[in-house]
Ligand binder design. Structure first.
Ligand code: IPE
Ligand code: IPE
Ligand code: MG
Length: 250
């Protein structure tokens, strides 16, 4: 029996965020170069996106390349940039057909001009997709994003567009790259490490966290469904008591 059958369709996480980790270790375990792991990871993303759509997830945000990943060997960075563009272009027709809209969050100014333009084209080509939004976090880190938000708010106050006491949580959220998406309900990290690595720190304040040992190239729809089933077994209290929560759902 598939885990899909165990999912309660009324309580599917609207937004799932994934830290796709373990490509390099998977490749090593196969006696292959790290690049082979990244290549295999593309297929996992394709399959996982299909699974997310099947389960009824509306937003899937995947950590594709972090700010800190710029510090990897130049050759690996280059491979990853090329692979990203190649994969996205190859996937675009299928995404259009399946109602997937592609979005990107992160510091695009650090990407090579050509990469940026080609990504932008895929974003426009898939803009009409209404079934699921795939958000790639590229050249992204939460501290970069929060620092940028602080700077933007400071500029607004300085120019008189805003008062300091108007800086509310909503005002901060509105300066983040994720302004158009709800906060993630479920955060998954593959590859065995139990850390957040500078991902969506503000937005995951109340997300349910799920860590699995599976290397990303071996992750697929069943693993996603399993995580969703586990998510549905948790009680999200948002600071309240269990009794309050069960009264609210009556
Ligand atoms: C995740 O896999 C992909 C990126 C960070 C781009 P890794 O490349 O981090 O793989 P491991 O963690 O070294 O196995
Ligand atoms: C996090 O993985 C970034 C991505 C998955 C893109 P890393 O492999 O870079 O994280 P650390 O270095 O193990 O924390
Ligand atoms: Mg890693």
């Amino acid at each position: 029996m598939s885990y899909l059958d165990q999912i309660d369709p009324r309580r599917v996480p609207r937004h799932v965020a994934i830290i796709m980790d373990g490509n390099g270790r998977w490749a090593k375990s196969q006696g292959q170069p790290r690049s082979a792991g990244h290549q295999a990871g593309v297929k996992s993303l394709h399959e996982t996106l299909r699974g997310a759509k099947e389960a009824g997830v509306k937003y899937l945000t995947v950590y594709t390349f972090s700010t800190e990943n710029w510090n990897r060997p130049r050759q690996e960075v280059e491979t990853l940039m090329n692979l990203m563009v190649w994969a996205i272009e190859q996937e675009t027709p299928g995404m259009i057909e399946n109602g997937v809209s592609l979005q990107v969050i992160g510091d695009m100014s650090r990407l090579p001009e050509n990469t940026r333009q080609r990504l932008q084209k895929c974003i426009s080509d898939t803009a009409a997709g209404k079934v699921i939004t795939l958000i790639l976090a590229i050249s992204y880190s939460a501290r970069w994003e929060i620092t940028r938000a602080a700077r933007q708010l400071a500029e607004k106050v300085k120019s008189g567009k805003m008062k300091a006491d108007e800086i509310t949580e909503d005002a901060v959220s509105a300066q983040l790259t994720t302004i158009n998406y709800p906060d993630p309900d479920l955060l998954i990290r593959t590859g065995g490490e139990v850390r957040i690595s500078n991902y969506l720190l503000w937005q995951i304040a109340y997300a349910e966290l799920y860590f699995c040992d599976t290397y990303w190239p071996e992750f697929g729809p069943e693993d996603l469904y399993k995580a969703i089933v586990e998510y549905q077994s948790r009680e999200r209290r948002f600071g309240k008591t269990s009794e309050q929560v069960s009264d609210e759902t009556k």
